[in-house]
Design a binder for this molecule. Structure first.
Ligand code: G6P
Ligand code: ZN
Length: 562
């Protein structure tokens, strides 16, 4: 059947500015007439001449409104001369899977339908993000262009009669404006599973999970939090590695509202998993992922918590346990600025290049493409490597299992050994969610004034019997070593002369109000096995005093502590 596209008149919407990771709003906002259409058209327009005849990957975490959004994307893409869409079955693709598909199919990019770790369902969040040719999140230059276009859009192109199912795998070819338009629906996990099998030694991991004559099965509890990773966990952990579907995995059916939970793997929102592992001493490791599968949390026996910053450092220290790195070699390491500096010590010892970038996975991409970066991570529960250009939750767990199988040690013993070698960066993050935006901005302006004081360097602050002397106070800015682009205002840093750091920034991933994040990082050479919250108490008190957070926001306590 021959189909024809039409041009639909529209008017701009305010606030279609992509944040740290794409555009995130309440579902009802995306449902407004033309809201989603406008944004999709602007993404395609931002691709310029490369768009016509291109192929794009489409998929996401399956949250509410995904199917409607995919139907819109299909109709707009066809009308704009895109040649082919590769869509995950039922619209399901984890963010790491999209990144991998872009790379294996060598296509122009991918549209990811997710609001990551934000709650889903009709009353919650939806999101659209674009990943570029290298598989990574679009850089600021691209998202800025998209935003500029959203402010001026007057029309979008649409193919109203194009009905395309994406429930079954297979290829469909349509005639649109006299051209072939192809939709290939693919299995959501085949490509990703194949990639993981190249990176890791699956027979060895299977032996760990199943046990052998010498050691009992290593008991894992893998929690998909009703997000997209359920599909991949079933394939990899249950089918490939022999984990029990009854006792080793949980919440593995992706739900469009994530079962009304907040699909964010941290001690607050994954408390359920933490309690289960704590309550059952047979479990050796627990892991959870966020809605779209790029974040991870690792806990050991009795719910021993591994901070993401430590997780990164331990993996960096043990890359020789992973076949991929043995084959490929190891370039440098990187972390986002607020992430504790534990990995820096590993880099120094192994004589690797070390990069500190702004918050956001997109800042790692150029370094990876230039073969200067192999492994990176963020305190926000992101860990990954240059196998793709997104952080990768399942990859992180497989990395940990590889290390455990190689060293034959418990999670806690691996950490203790690591701290004894390198010292420990005690780290915590305080989040104050849904603050009034004006209050939050006022607090940040106040901090700007503090760091601008001429006598700030050398100033001392005391609390709990400890005194900290300011060494550097600034607003972090970053020059990309590869393309020399400059990113400014990435967070207020107050660095003290004992190596302790306090950082303040506003979250770029919320959908309403403002979330203030305060990060506390302090290094101890010898005292490495104390409680983080106890050790950091004085530094936290100093941080709250400097920022006057309570006075500005009226908040006594953070919403989330990680
Ligand atoms: C997303 C990005 C991460 C980033 C995080 C920061 O998850 O993929 O790379 O670290 O957002 O979120 P925030 O809310 O702190 O801006
Ligand atoms: Zn995510």
């Amino acid at each position: 059947m021959s189909l024809f596209s039409t041009v639909v008149a529209t008017t701009p919407f305010e606030g279609q500015k992509p944040g740290t990771s794409g555009l995130r709003k309440k579902v009802k906002v995306f449902m407004e007439k033309n809201y989603t259409e406008n944004f999709v058209q602007c993404i395609l327009d931002a691709l310029g001449d490369k768009l016509k005849g291109s192929t794009l990957i489409v998929g996401g975490d399956g949250r509410y409104f995904s199917k409607q959004a995919i139907n819109i994307i299909i109709r707009i893409a066809a009308a704009n001369g895109v040649h082919k869409l590769i869509i995950g079955q039922r619209g399901i693709l984890s963010t790491p899977a999209v990144s991998s598909l872009i790379r294996t199919h060598k296509v122009l990019g991918g549209i990811v339908l997710t609001a990551s770790h934000n709650p889903g369902g009709i009353r919650n969040d939806f999101g659209i993000k674009f990943n570029i040719e290298n598989g990574g999140p679009a850089p600021d230059s691209f998202t800025d262009t998209v935003y500029e276009l959203t402010k001026k859009i007057t029309e979008y192109k649409f193919t109203p009669d194009l009905d395309c199912e994406f429930h079954q795998t297979g290829t469909q070819i349509f005639q649109v404006d006299g051209r072939n338009f192809v939709v290939e629906v693919i299995d959501s996990s085949d490509d990703y599973v194949a990639l993981m099998k190249e990176i890791f030694d699956f027979p060895k991991l299977r032996e760990l999970i199943r046990g052998n004559e010498k050691r009992p099965p290593f008991q894992v509890l893998i929690d998909s939090m009703n997000g997209v990773t359920g599909v991949y966990v079933t394939r990899i952990f249950v089918e490939e590695l022999g984990a029990s579907p009854d006792t080793n995995v949980r919440r593995i059916i992706p739900l469009d509202n994530f079962g009304e939970i907040h699909p964010d793997p941290n001690l607050t929102y994954a408390k359920d998993l933490v309690d289960k592992v704590k309550g059952d001493p047979t479990y050796d490791l627990g892991a959870a992922f966020d809605g779209d599968g790029d974040r991870n949390m690792i806990i050991g026996k009795n719910a021993f918590f591994v901070t993401p910053s430590d997780s990164l450092a331990v993996i960096a220290n043990n890359l020789d346990c992973i076949p991929y790195f043995k084959k490929k070699g190891v370039y440098g390491f990187a972390r986002s600025m607020p992430t504790a500096a534990a990995v820096d010590r590993v880099a120094a010892k192994l004589n690797k290049e070390m990069f500190e970038v702004p918050t956001g996975w997109k800042y790692f991409g150029n370094l990876m493409d230039a073969e200067r970066l192999s492994l990176c991570g963020e305190e926000s529960f992101g860990t990954g490597s240059d196998h793709i250009r997104e952080k990768d939750g399942i990859w992180a767990v497989l990395a940990w299992l590889s290390i455990i199988s190689h060293k034959n040690m418990s999670v806690e013993d691996i950490l203790t050994e690591h701290w004894k070698t390198y010292g420990r960066n005690y780290f915590t993050r305080y989040d104050y969610e849904e603050c009034d935006s004006n209050d939050a901005n006022d607090m940040m302006s106040h901090l700007e004034q503090i760091i601008a004081q001429p006598d700030i360097v050398g100033k001392t602050y005391s609390a709990g019997g400890k005194t900290y002397k300011v060494k550097v106070a600034d607003n972090f800015s970053y020059v990309d070593p590869i393309d020399k682009s400059v990113t400014k205002n990435q967070g207020i840093r107050i660095l003290f002369d004992d190596g302790s750091r306090i950082i303040y920034r506003l979250s770029g991933t919320g959908s309403s109000g403002a979330t203030i994040r305060a990060y506390f990082d302090s290094y101890e050479k010898d005292n490495v096995t104390s409680e983080a919250q106890v050790m950091l108490k004085p530094l936290i008190a100093v941080g709250l005093e400097i920022s006057q957070l309570k006075q500005f926001t009226g908040r006594d306590e953070p919403t989330v502590i990680t």
